[in-house]
Design a protein around this ligand. Structure first.
Ligand code: TXA
Ligand code: MG
Length: 312
């Protein structure tokens, strides 16, 4: 499409000048900057009001471009071959001679890397001679953005450009696996861990709520993904004035009932969850209730996010 070509050009022009640009991915929108530039990376943290010791994910076009920045291991190659591009982030060892800005990973020895699947984002990455550091395009601790209007609500005119790629297909962030030692899961996400286990032919350690003081991923902190109003889970009957989120059609529905899916399709629930919570907040509700979500497949990720969101 001609218009998409010129939009990619626009995004590129801002990025090469060290500005930040919002980009669509298959999971959620990202707030991207040149991962090799200190100026660019510092801007990302400032815009999001993010703590400088919460590292960013770096997005690459393909494995060849990654090789100058990270050490590649066998588990990574297996997972990359089967599951990339896609909603999975890998933690790898950073090379000393890598050009990655020290602000990206807070001077850590590891780097989070991802190969996003959205065709527009891929085209943009292909056209750049640097990878893109990109956290989710939202103010720190808040809900991620899944469409252009969400990004505008979060940042207004503070960001130079939003590359419009429509509504995100998955709607929840990527699955994060640490591959620097025995494979472990740091964040439930858009890719079901059973797929990862199938490729590796072994179970992976679940390390998402590590009690240890040194948390691997600050996404493990409890206050995160917050809709900004209290949320109650596993609700059968809502209270008065609560917005009630449902995943299966009811015989009788009331005006405060909102459907994330009508047929208990959990992929649909994931895709609609954040945008529905934003809509409800905008309508002026002061509380959200949600019915029980089955803890299977992407349901695990939905429950993880709801659990954190309910800690508000
Ligand atoms: O789907 C996604 O992953 C989206 C899109 C834009 O790619 N990005 C995203 O980024 O969710 P962010 O910054 O919102 O969440 C990244 C998580 C954070 O919890 C961060 O602490 C963790 O990844 N992380 C980043 N680098 C890490 C590292 N070197 N070691 C451990 N955790 C890391
Ligand atoms: Mg985030």
């Amino acid at each position: 499409m001609k218009s998409s070509q010129s939009n990619i050009k626009k995004a590129k022009n801002y990025l090469v000048k060290n500005h930040c640009v919002a980009v669509p991915t298959e999971t959620v929108y990202g707030l991207a900057g040149n991962a090799y530039s200190d100026i660019s990376v510092k801007k990302i943290f400032k815009l999001k009001k993010r703590s400088m010791n919460n590292p960013l994910i770096v997005h690459y076009y393909n494995i060849n471009r990654l090789k100058s920045d990270c050490y590649i291991n066998n588990n990574f190659i297996k997972l990359y071959n089967k599951l990339s591009p896609g909603p999975i982030t890998f933690i790898l060892k950073l090379k000393k001679k890598s050009k990655i800005s020290k602000f990206v990973n807070c001077q850590n020895k590891n780097l989070a890397v991802r190969f996003p699947k959205h065709p527009l984002f891929r085209k943009l990455l292909k056209n750049l001679d640097f990878p893109l550091a990109a956290p989710s395009a939202n103010m720190s601790t808040r809900l991620s953005s899944v469409q252009v209007s969400d990004v505008s609500d979060e940042f207004g005119s503070k960001i130079k450009y939003i590359l419009n790629g429509g509504k995100c297909k998955i709607g929840l962030e990527s699955t994060i696996v640490n591959l620097t030692s025995r494979p472990s899961l740091l964040r439930f996400g858009g890719l079901d861990i059973s797929k990862i286990e199938k490729v590796l032919k072994k179970k992976i350690l679940i390390n998402i709520n590590s009690k240890s003081k040194k948390k691997m991923a600050p996404g493990q902190f409890s206050l995160h993904y917050s809709p900004g109003i209290p949320l109650r889970r596993n609700v059968k009957i809502p209270k008065k004035k609560e917005a009630f989120l449902l995943i299966k059609k009811r015989k009788y529905t009331l005006k405060d009932y909102y459907y994330l899916s009508k047929k208990k399709n959990l992929n649909e629930v994931a895709k609609n969850l954040y945008s529905m919570m934003r809509k409800i907040k905008k309508k002026g509700y002061k509380m959200i209730a949600i019915e029980k979500i089955p803890n299977i497949g992407i349901g695990k990720t939905i429950n993880d996010r709801l659990n954190r969101a309910s800690k508000y």
